[in-house]
Design a protein around this ligand. Structure first.
Ligand code: SF4
Ligand code: SF4
Length: 211
């Protein structure tokens, strides 16, 4: 009983404070058996903006496709998001510097929302979740385990606003894809083998989905 009460008091007081460790801007070390990669997604307009800044400031910033859907009808790969490549020597986002983010004022929604992230539940649905790789989250894991959305809002008030924006943007894109399908302009595979998926990735042109 006493433990529950003290946990409730602690939860009331618990507020996220970034430790500026830079872990979220860095690759996750995996193993050969279980290769992992850190996913920092970018919407196409965010990718354009960061590429432009990188060009002007001579930063070796690179991106790779992230969330994509092969369009059977037009034989195109529809790109919903890109992700930041972290496979450079430092294994970090090229905009990460000693004092933090070099593009702090214009950083992408995923970085603003972090350690909140949006997690894919199935092909077209996403939800807000807490990323377990954040250093502050690891330190407070016992208190954050299984908390509901209302508690998430209280602990991460600023980040929650961006996570919600991130989620809404994602929903708008998914809606756009469904509308395009309804209008018979695209056809997204409901089931596809890995072999075919990889084959189409190699062969088909890219089209970005923007909202
Ligand atoms: S844009 Fe900034 S916050 Fe986002 S990964 Fe790069 S350095 Fe980190
Ligand atoms: S991992 Fe968490 S604590 Fe560390 S810089 Fe990123 S958000 Fe802040």
């Amino acid at each position: 009983m006493r433990n529950n009460v003290s946990k409730m008091i602690l939860m009331k007081e618990l507020k996220y404070r970034c430790k500026n460790c830079g872990t979220c801007c860095s690759e996750v070390p995996g193993t050969i058996e279980y290769p992992t990669y850190k996913r920092i997604p970018l919407y196409p307009n965010e990718a354009d903006r960061l590429i432009e800044i990188a060009k002007k400031s001579n930063v070796s910033f690179k991106i790779i496709e992230d969330l994509v859907f092969p369009d059977e009808k037009n034989q195109k790969i529809l790109v919903v998001t890109w992700r930041i490549r972290l496979d450079n020597n430092n294994k970090q986002c090229a905009f990460h510097i000693k004092n933090g983010c070099q593009v702090h004022d214009v950083k992408p929604l995923a970085c603003r929302a972090y350690p909140l992230a949006i997690k894919q539940e199935d092909a077209f649905n996403f939800k807000i979740s807490i990323d377990p790789l954040c250093k502050w989250v690891i330190e407070n894991y016992d208190n954050l385990y299984n908390i509901d959305l209302e508690q998430i809002k209280k602990i991460f008030p600023r980040e929650y606003i961006y996570a919600q924006e991130h989620l809404n943007r994602n929903k708008s894109i998914m809606l756009k894809l469904r509308e395009l399908e309804k209008a018979n302009k695209i056809k997204i595979f409901r089931k596809i083998s890995n072999i075919n998926f990889n084959k189409y990735l190699k062969q088909w042109e890219r089209v970005e989905i923007r909202v």
